[in-house]
Unconditional design. Structure first.
Length: 298
């Protein structure tokens, strides 16, 4: 299970309608009034968004576009070296702009032609059942803000760069899109909070921080690794274990630090088969069945 930590900055709306994003004291933008006001404005744009409404259009600033350009300039070489082949193929297929921050409806237009997925706006953290469940409908909830320009290659929380360069690129590949959809359908099926959290933890170690063996070399396919300039250089030095769904669903981990333990699939084909099969068969009783199987084997 994950350790308590602040992955997203909480967003609140007061009685007078003012929307505030509460940054932690260690956030790069904490002491920057202009950045904080910008975060509040972007969050407010999507705070009252409802299904069927137009996606808020954000006029990104020169600073924000320069952050995007910096990331698009620095990450591709690392992807060629460390990313799974299928991810690189999906990047080419989605063909996101590299000179400006794409609007979410632009991301959706490109994704829908490839795999039928759509992006919708979120001011910050989306409740777990809603976020995972929406994947079953091929809908991805995404923030729209960009990390602080003082540290363009680092963010303490998921921003649009993580949601798009990490997740949208994977969703452009039919196999990754299918895995996400199966995870979402599983979330729609389960009723207990315990089963939902177990599912979320397996999702964390696959779609967020998954790795796979490719021609004898460890490669990343998880969006959390692929969108991180620092972690993508470090993941091969972590403790690598074979895919074990019971362990994924029960191991302690800290969401704010580099992951110390990663689970590697034997191959991309095996990844699609095993992880896809797990999500497709998952129900409220799955965790108990996995534990019972281990006890019987022991």
């Amino acid at each position: 299970m994950f350790e308590e930590a602040q992955l997203y900055s909480p967003v609140t709306k007061s009685d007078d309608g003012k929307v505030v994003v509460h940054l932690g004291e260690d956030h790069p933008g904490f002491n920057d009034p202009a950045y904080r006001e910008r975060r509040n404005a972007i969050a407010a744009a999507s705070m009252d968004w409802k299904t069927g409404d137009p996606v808020p259009h954000i006029e990104y600033t020169d600073f924000e576009n320069e952050v995007w350009r910096t990331v698009c300039r620095e990450l591709p070489a690392k992807h060629r070296k460390y990313a799974a082949k299928e991810y690189c193929e999906a990047v080419a297929a989605l063909d996101l702009p590299t000179d400006h921050v794409p609007q979410l409806d632009e991301v959706s237009a490109r994704l829908s032609k490839l795999t039928g997925w759509t992006y919708v706006p979120a001011p910050g953290l989306v409740e777990l059942r809603e976020f995972l469940g929406s994947l079953g409908d091929k809908v991805f909830h995404s923030t729209q803000y960009i990390r602080h320009p003082a540290e363009p290659l680092y963010t303490p929380e998921p921003d649009l760069i993580h949601e798009v360069i990490g997740h949208a690129n994977t969703l452009a590949h039919p196999d990754f899109a299918h895995l996400n959809e199966q995870a979402g359908l599983a979330a729609q099926r389960v009723e207990t909070a315990e089963a939902l959290q177990f599912l979320a933890d397996v999702f964390w170690f696959t779609m967020e921080f998954g790795v796979v063996w490719e021609d004898g070399e460890l490669r990343a396919y998880g969006a959390g690794i692929l969108s991180s300039y620092g972690e993508i250089e470090e993941f091969r030095g972590m403790e690598i274990r074979p895919v074990d769904f019971l362990e994924m669903g029960t191991i302690d981990y800290d969401i704010t630090k580099y992951q110390k333990v990663l689970f590697a699939a034997e191959s991309f084909g095996r990844l699609v088969e095993s992880v896809g099969g797990f999500f497709a068969a998952y129900d409220d009783d799955t965790p108990a069945r996995l534990k019972a199987a281990v006890s019987t084997a022991a």
